[in-house]
Ligand binder design. Structure first.
Ligand SMILES: [Zn+2]
Ligand SMILES: [Zn+2]
Ligand SMILES: [Zn+2]
Length: 345
């Protein structure tokens, strides 16, 4: 008989198929066409080293060699998106317009974080230092964007491969700073606040303790971070990574959180790639609103959703998902894959 499970953080109900459940290994493509490996540099790729003139001027870069902006010698660059979804210009008429039909100027910031100068190195291929720089850039951009009071929330996300929405092959993440708090985040904030008021503690801290105690949905962990498949995962292999220590956003996290997250993130992405043949995925962070004081009720986390099934009518109509993979089986399947990443348990 199928089971309904409710996700504590969002309140969403998920149907976990039992009779129709697929075994974890069936999510790996049966006959994936072997693509020729990409070269380290592609002449017409705007994100490759040597092509810095093809992008808008960088807003942040980590460079070891050349101190000159928009020249080679960098290990990470953050640039404004050349075709931004939102723009940081204000016509002075006030941001929000309308009574019944509300609208708003398309105000915001859309940036691209180019994770590496090389075209063919994805997150699991980066060394620990390089991967920590990617995470550090998130924090630096948050601190900088917090200076604009019109921006309310910064969504950091990564689309891996074309099927997950990546239009440029070169490894990159994006951020979109919005002039409002997105509704999905509002739901998480509200439920976490309610829980805190009733129970006197953070919902996610409690959830992490429960996951740890049960252990059967944990994929990997170290002293500072836990990667697990949530109890009511809406889609196969949905995984969350959260800090064990309470923190509502990156800039209020414990010192050196980046270095501690690296082995868990890299370990998880390596397992996923090896077990399911480098599937497309979306990865994103859920953080406290911009400029908020450290919040005792909200706990930041990363969500990773591999694109292995098609989201269809029922899900779109109701927000209720049918997961054809049991979270515990998916976690076990990934746990079994040994990966060559040092320093995680
Ligand atoms: Zn490139
Ligand atoms: Zn917490
Ligand atoms: Zn979340």
């Amino acid at each position: 008989m199928p089971i309904l499970r409710q996700e504590p953080l969002t309140g969403e109900w998920v149907i976990i198929a039992t009779d129709r459940a697929r075994r974890p290994e069936t999510f790996a493509p049966q006959k994936k066409e072997k693509k020729a490996p990409s070269p380290a540099r592609v002449d017409n790729c705007p994100f490759c080293y040597g092509n810095e003139h093809m992008t808008p001027p960088e807003v942040l870069a980590y460079r070891d060699e050349s101190p000159k902006a928009d020249t080679p010698g960098w290990s990470l660059r953050v640039i404004p998106n050349k075709f931004p979804a939102l723009e940081q210009s204000d016509n002075g008429e006030g941001l929000f317009i309308g009574n019944f039909f509300e609208s708003c100027q398309g105000y915001g910031v859309h940036e691209v974080i180019i994770e590496t100068p090389e075209h063919n190195r994805h997150l699991p291929d980066l060394n620990d230092y390089e991967l920590a720089l990617v995470l550090k850039s998130f924090e630096e951009r948050l601190v900088s964007l917090a200076g604009d009071p019109k921006l309310k929330y910064v969504q950091i996300f990564r689309n891996h491969l074309r099927e997950a929405g990546a239009s440029i092959e070169h490894p990159h993440c994006q951020l979109l700073a919005l002039p409002f708090t997105p509704p999905l985040l509002d739901i998480e904030y509200r439920r976490c606040r309610d829980y805190y008021e009733e129970e006197g503690r953070c919902l996610l801290c409690t959830l992490l303790e429960e996951e740890e105690k049960m252990g059967d949905r944990v994929v990997l962990e170290n002293d500072s971070f836990l990667a697990f498949i949530p109890f009511a995962a809406p889609l196969p292999f949905t995984t969350w990574i959260a800090p064990r220590g309470h923190a509502s956003s990156l800039e209020v996290s414990q010192d050196n959180w980046e270095a501690k997250l690296v082995p868990v993130l890299k370990g998880f992405l390596s397992k996923l790639s090896q077990k399911l043949e480098d599937p497309p995925y979306n990865l994103y962070l859920h953080l406290a609103p911009l400029r908020s004081e450290p919040l005792s009720y909200y706990h930041w986390h990363m969500e990773i959703i591999p694109k292995l099934t098609i989201v269809a009518g029922l899900e779109m109509a109701t927000g209720t998902y049918i997961n054809v993979s049991k979270p515990e089986e998916a976690a076990k399947f990934l746990r079994e894959q040994k990966v060559n990443v040092e320093s995680y348990k």
